[in-house]
Design a binder for this molecule. Structure first.
Ligand code: DAH
Length: 353
């Protein structure tokens, strides 16, 4: 039997060198297999030991086992080293600067009409008014009769009404009452006064409906804000002061107002309220048809018949009421020339607010 020629020193140097130069885990794995795998060089040496004479076998065996351990440890160290290197490199590439400003999330925002409604509520609440709401589907009585607009009275023609067909099974619930989409927020005056005793101050924001052709200043549905203040002694002077204050706060600049005689069945006297044109500061321009004034709302002193309809004695109570178009207010504030834009869902429009 031929004695194997074993040069452990050379093997050690070679293996050590290769391990040290390994660039990645794959290469290192190959080296490991080459020396310590099933057919690895060192494994072969260990296997061939039995063929050596005893004295030499013990000596070489010891050295070979030491070398095996040495190479194992060397490989483990190298694995650690390579992993560390990879970690550092990825950290360099994936570096995050936590001080950089973040990406802004795209959030929605309130519709301009909601913004105007909120602002209006805020101003009136500061003046002691509560915010009250009512139903969009109304009975004929609340929308008309109780507001001193009797059946067959020509005044009903002021409001082009969308009447509802009542389902058979509901007919008995509200006796002889036709249902409609409310044409204004005024019926909430009645609803509130039936349940609450004066003194009272309320505003009623809400959606109303008209059976009308649409154009730049008319929609089949839009928003109103109703106002009502009732006490022992409430006069037009109180109304003027409150409305003046509201416009001033809403438009954030001095605003002049004026009252003109008007007609509404539920107020007496009634008036139309104009404010000085913002576009020309009252000098006269195309926005205000060269009058210097813009019509903003209808108003008046609560009619005695309205008090009677809710069971209040008109001799004991006085009040003012008003109704203004929320859309109109928003159009003035943001200089919008077509009411239909509010309901178009056009993001190019909505993003501007
Ligand atoms: N309800 C009226 C309309 O829709 C507006 C209005 C006018 C409301 C005078 C009032 C008022 O409370 O007093 O045209």
């Amino acid at each position: 039997m031929k004695t194997p020629n074993i040069d452990l020193k050379n093997l050690k140097n070679k293996a050590k060198n290769e391990i040290e130069k390994a660039e990645d885990l794959k290469e290192l794995n190959d080296i490991f297999k080459r020396y310590l795998g099933k057919r690895g060089e060192l494994t072969q040496v260990l296997r061939s030991l039995e063929r050596l004479p005893k004295a030499k076998r013990v000596k070489v065996g010891k050295e070979a086992n030491e070398l095996k351990n040495f190479l194992r440890i060397k490989c483990e160290q190298k694995v650690k080293e390579i992993k560390e290197k990879i970690k550092k490199e990825t950290a360099k590439i994936e570096w995050i600067d936590i001080t950089r400003p973040g990406k802004k999330l795209v959030l929605g925002h309130l519709h301009p009409l909601s913004q105007v409604k909120n602002k209006t509520e805020e101003i009136f609440q500061l003046m002691g008014f509560s915010v009250v709401e009512g139903p969009e589907v109304e009975t004929e009585w609340y929308n008309f009769d109780a507001l001193n607009i009797p059946k067959d009275h020509p005044a009903r023609d002021i409001w082009d009404t969308l009447w509802l067909k009542e389902p058979e099974n509901q007919k008995s619930k509200i006796k002889n009452q036709k249902l409609l989409l409310r044409t204004h927020t005024s019926p909430v005056q009645i609803r509130y006064m039936k349940k609450n005793n004066p003194p009272l101050r309320i505003i009623v924001p809400g959606r109303v409906f008209r059976h009308e052709a649409t154009d730049a200043s008319h929609e089949i549905n839009f928003y109103q804000i109703e106002g009502l203040m009732v006490d022992k002694k409430v006069t037009v002077v109180n109304f003027k002061a409150i409305i003046q204050e509201f416009f001033q706060k809403f438009f954030e600049k001095p605003i002049k107002i004026r009252l003109r005689p008007g007609f509404f069945p539920f107020t007496e006297p009634s008036f139309e309220v104009d404010m000085s044109c913002l576009a020309c500061k009252g000098k006269g321009c195309s926005v205000c048809s060269h009058t210097g004034w813009l019509e903003m709302m209808g108003a008046g002193m609560v009619h005695p018949n309205v008090f009677k309809a809710v069971g209040l004695n008109p001799k004991n109570w006085q009040g003012f009421a008003f109704g203004m178009g929320l859309d109109r207010l928003a159009m003035m504030k943001y200089k919008i020339n077509d009411i239909r834009l509010f309901y178009s869902g056009d993001l190019r429009f909505l993003h501007q607010f």
